[in-house]
Design a protein around this ligand. Structure first.
Ligand code: HEC
Ligand code: HEC
Length: 326
């Protein structure tokens, strides 16, 4: 009897010790360089930033109130006052106010604070920014343009709760399973916006995040487990999808299984102009319908250069209650 009590007491102490360890250590601070970028008031720079924010980089898909997201999709380019919320096991994630309001927005952030957040995923207070934004490799010029646009917005007072981690989220942080990731290669100073596959590669991987959705990933860690652009990533029903769920199609030019292997350039351009077909699709078709024709062609040309991957996606849309097999 005494032995059992001792073992139980030991377990309780271990569990308590672990809980205390997590609670004391999860809020880690990180160091990362401050990019030397300065926002510009030049109207063409601001226009480029606005184009990126509501088009290919689709900041407006998350950094506006939940009940305005579809308005932005449909072309109402309101200020980025924050509000999108995602409740998943690691916590409640909230996209903050990015207008220049001093109390509730980015009014007290320096250009370098914002640049560091987007390039190194370390926020103003040194905390880790969870991986919802794949913009680490934005060129210096485009990062400057985006920040310049943010600064040019009217200040909107919109107080929001910050991201709150659950115990699971705190545990993931405490154990170092998630930490800020900087760029994998030195970001370009500037990128020529022509129709080449080189520019298309930049857009599809580092701006529009086609790769992030059209590649199979581990749902817990976000890690890529499938071949790039070969599709097969499952999107569970969310706030907007009315119970529908989706699997992303294979975008590689595989003759047998590639979803767009038979599409010519004009079909591809027309599909982007046509916006969403499935009401609840997670793909930001509204934002992407604002990608200009030059950039859509560049993306098309890049997708043509991918190594074909045979990955048959049997079904893309699932009715409420339906789920992919396996
Ligand atoms: C898929 C949704 C999503 C998209 C798209 C997105 N963001 Fe975010 N953003 C978030 C979330 C969620 C957070 C908070 C993350 C956290 O708390 O760990 C965030 C945080 C930020 C922050 C930190 C702000 C602060 O107060 O700490 C900045 C700056 C930012 N985003 C800028 C942008 C810009 C600029 C774009 C477009 C180029 C963009 N975001 C696109 C979801 C998104
Ligand atoms: C947030 C996730 C997400 C992002 C980002 C995304 N997609 Fe998709 N995409 C999907 C899903 C899910 C589908 C299937 C549902 C649908 O057709 O809307 C899809 C469908 C497609 C289709 C097939 C459309 C049709 O009518 O048959 C094409 C082509 C496509 N995506 C290309 C792209 C390209 C190019 C990019 C980057 C510019 C991109 N996607 C970014 C999730 C995404």
């Amino acid at each position: 009897m005494k032995l059992i009590l001792k073992i139980l007491a030991g377990i309780v102490i271990l569990v308590l010790g672990f809980v205390i360890f997590v609670l004391v250590t999860y809020d880690k601070k990180f160091d990362a360089p401050y990019p030397e970028l300065t926002a510009s008031t030049d109207s063409s720079v601001i226009a480029r930033g606005k184009y990126l924010a509501y088009g290919p980089a689709h900041c407006g898909t998350c950094h506006v109130p939940m009940d305005k997201i579809m308005d932005v999709e449909n072309g109402e380019l309101i200020p980025l006052s924050g509000g999108w919320e995602l409740n998943i096991p690691p916590g409640s994630f909230r996209a903050p106010n990015l207008t220049p309001d001093k109390e509730t927005g980015i009014g007290n952030y320096t250009d370098a604070d914002i640049a560091r957040t987007l390039r190194y995923m370390v926020n103003k207070n040194g905390g880790c920014v969870f991986p919802f934004m794949p913009f680490q490799e934005l060129s210096d010029e485009d990062l400057t343009a985006v920040i310049s646009y943010l600064r040019s917005q009217p200040a909107v007072e919109h107080k929001l709760e910050r991201t709150k981690l659950s115990f699971l989220g705190k545990m993931i942080s405490a154990l170092g399973m998630i930490k800020p990731e900087g760029p994998k290669k030195t970001p370009a100073q500037s990128i020529k916006a022509d129709t080449t596959a080189v520019y298309g590669e930049y857009l599809a991987n580092y701006v529009a995040n086609c790769v992030g959705c059209h590649t199979e990933r581990d749902l817990k860690t976000g890690e890529f487990v499938g071949k790039p652009f070969a599709g097969g990533f499952y999107f569970e029903p969310d706030y907007f999808s009315k119970g529908y769920s989706f699997v992303s199609p294979n975008l590689t030019p595989d003759p047998g299984t590639g979803h767009i292997a038979n599409w010519d350039r004009n079909t591809f351009i027309a599909r982007f102009k046509a916006k969403r077909v499935y009401e609840g699709s997670p793909m930001p078709w509204g934002a992407f319908s604002r990608i200009n024709e030059n950039d859509v062609i560049a993306i098309y040309n890049y997708l043509q250069t991918l190594t074909p991957v045979a990955n048959k996606i049997d079904q893309i849309v699932f009715k409420p209650g339906e789920k992919p097999k396996g």
